[in-house]
Ligand binder design. Structure first.
Ligand SMILES: [Zn+2]
Length: 305
């Protein structure tokens, strides 16, 4: 689905709005479809060849929860070296993290995921678009008045980078047995102004072998409840704790469904928000879930198949 979507978009070279329509509409038919498919296959082959060069197969998926201070930025590296970066942190620390985690000659990031367009999740993204070849971006496409977000969207349009709008009906097969299970939100938020931007956060599960990791952006209790009501499968071995350990997230009902074995909180030292909230950390402890925070540095976890 991921590459099918991407091939249509790349061959189209369209603006953000029409990109989404092209991706969702499956309008290509007949000869046009064949031409697009052929060019798509060529592009796909080139993409795979590029990845082969930087291949560092170890049969495992590696997750780096970067220490970016008070914000989020997590790099997922597939067994063959494909990179998925979820969020861009509150400063340029994510660039340092990428520099350490990626091979020097690898200038391609296969997918950027913007959980929601607030500063502590997007700041390094425009610079990343300048320094790396980004194959595609996954986002909600909500309307949000932030210069950094505008800059990001302008660069996306200028570089004709394919955009995938989050849709729980369309999971993303990243290859190598790595799947992004899109849990929330539905695609109806595209172009909408959202009152509580935190509650528009993309929620997704990274599935690899028998393992799973749940990414939650800055989701708060109301979005947790929406997700629970959706009936989506939320079970995960690892949870990236919602909203930096805020007291407005990690509800008991939600944790009972996710049942994680490890909780990771991306949070800055001595932040002014009081994150992580002590009551929330205690809640995880009461469930017997170990908590690690990025305050002591980047956390790297490995998922074996
Ligand atoms: Zn945040």
């Amino acid at each position: 689905m991921f590459f099918e979507c991407v091939e249509k978009i790349i061959s189209g070279g369209l603006s953000l709005t029409s990109i989404v329509e092209t991706c969702d509409s499956h309008v290509s038919t007949g000869m046009t479809h064949k031409i697009r498919l052929a060019s798509g296959i060529l592009i796909l082959t080139l993409l795979l060849a590029t990845r082969e060069v930087s291949l560092h197969a170890h049969g495992k998926t590696v997750i780096h929860f970067f220490d970016v201070g008070q914000g989020d930025s997590t790099l997922i590296v597939s067994p063959s070296g494909k990179q998925i970066l979820i969020d861009g942190g509150p400063d340029f620390s994510a660039l340092e993290g990428l520099g350490r985690a990626m091979p020097f000659f690898d200038r391609t990031i296969d997918l950027l995921v913007l959980s929601h367009p607030q500063t502590d999740h997007i700041l390094a993204f425009p610079e990343i678009l300048r320094r790396y070849n980004v194959s595609a971006v996954l986002m909600t496409g909500i309307a949000y008045n932030l210069p950094r977000y505008e800059k990001f969207l302008t660069l996306l349009r200028g570089q004709k980078i394919p955009v995938i709008i989050a849709n729980p009906a369309k999971d993303i097969d990243a290859g190598d047995g790595l799947v992004l299970d899109i849990v929330w939100p539905p695609p109806v938020l595209f172009g909408e102004k959202i009152k509580e931007v935190n509650n528009s956060s993309i929620v997704l599960r990274v599935l690899y072998g028998n393992h799973s990791a749940l990414f939650t952006g800055d989701m708060e209790t109301s979005e947790e409840n929406e997700v629970l009501r959706s009936g989506a499968d939320l079970r995960a071995d690892i949870i990236k704790v919602p909203h930096h350990g805020s007291k407005t997230s990690s509800s008991t009902g939600f944790l009972l469904v996710v049942r994680p074995q490890l909780a990771v909180i991306s949070v800055g030292k001595e932040n002014t928000y009081g994150h992580p909230n002590k009551g929330i950390v205690d809640r995880y402890a009461r469930f017997g879930i170990p908590v690690r925070t990025t305050m002591a540095g980047t956390i790297t976890l490995t998922l074996a198949p």
